[in-house]
Design a protein around this ligand. Structure first.
Ligand code: DC
Length: 229
């Protein structure tokens, strides 16, 4: 694959929670043999560190310092991303509900976002990167040759989450899930720092009622068109 301005190419996949971007990003990175950046995991790790250290989640200054010094590492084991905070494996812990809520707060702080910016850019290594998040195409990799903004209706996203939780034996109400999704969308879209929004040059794909294979095929077509072999 060719470089962009001497830098390895990046495919950015942004969109709201539950749009399927994590699944698509992983499949795409595997298909292209590109590295994968799960930027949400970075915000989640920062949030978990804050909870562990009992830092007040409204103290922007302390949280910014914590993000600057964050000792987080990503490894891949049997094709799965593993997240390490200091020397502990926090892969499962960062997905807990209380961490999701805290991550959404921590991610709204401009100083935290600035502190984590270069770490995200450091993932751009040959032969290329697939970056999954909210502001990958707008702020972190504005020069990415392929930008996708993946959406799905709030109802579809709530249904998907409901099915996932049922499979895990967790009982929740669909209506509560739908409310949570709408609240998180509003928080992510309305914050001042890097709000969730499609980049001007992003291709918007709606995955409502569309299979994962079909979405993946569309993104692979874009990669073929825009990143010359
Ligand atoms: O994608 P996720 O659910 O793992 O993200 C966790 C939180 O981090 C979510 O509230 C949105 C936020 N986030 C962000 O603000 N910017 C990103 N690039 C990725 C995630």
């Amino acid at each position: 694959m060719s470089d962009t301005n001497g830098l390895p190419p990046v495919v950015t996949i942004d969109g709201p929670s539950g749009s399927g971007k994590g699944t698509i990003a992983k499949l795409l990175a595997d298909r292209l043999s590109f590295s994968l950046l799960d930027s949400g995991a970075l915000y989640r790790a920062a949030a978990l560190a804050a909870l562990n250290k009992e830092v007040d989640l409204s103290n922007d200054k302390l949280l910014t310092e914590l993000a600057k010094d964050l000792d987080v590492r990503f490894t891949v084991s049997a094709g799965q991303l593993q997240v390490w905070l200091e020397e502990s494996d926090v892969t499962a812990d960062i997905r807990m509900e209380r961490v999701s809520m805290a991550a959404s707060k921590v991610a709204a702080i401009p100083g935290v976002r600035a502190a984590l910016l270069q770490r995200q850019r450091d993932f751009r290594q040959p032969p290329g990167l697939v970056a999954d998040g909210r502001d990958m195409g707008t702020t972190v990799f504005p020069d990415a040759p392929v930008k996708v903004y993946l959406t799905a209706s709030a109802e579809e996203r709530a249904n998907r989450r409901f099915a996932q939780l049922q499979e895990k034996g967790v009982s929740v109400s669909l209506r509560d899930l739908l409310e949570d999704i709408r609240a998180r969308d509003a928080q992510d879209m309305n914050r001042k720092a890097s709000p969730l929004a499609p980049a001007e040059d992003a291709v918007e794909l709606d995955s409502t009622g569309v299979s994962i294979d079909e979405v993946l095929r569309k993104v692979l077509d874009l990669v073929q068109e825009r990143i010359s072999p």
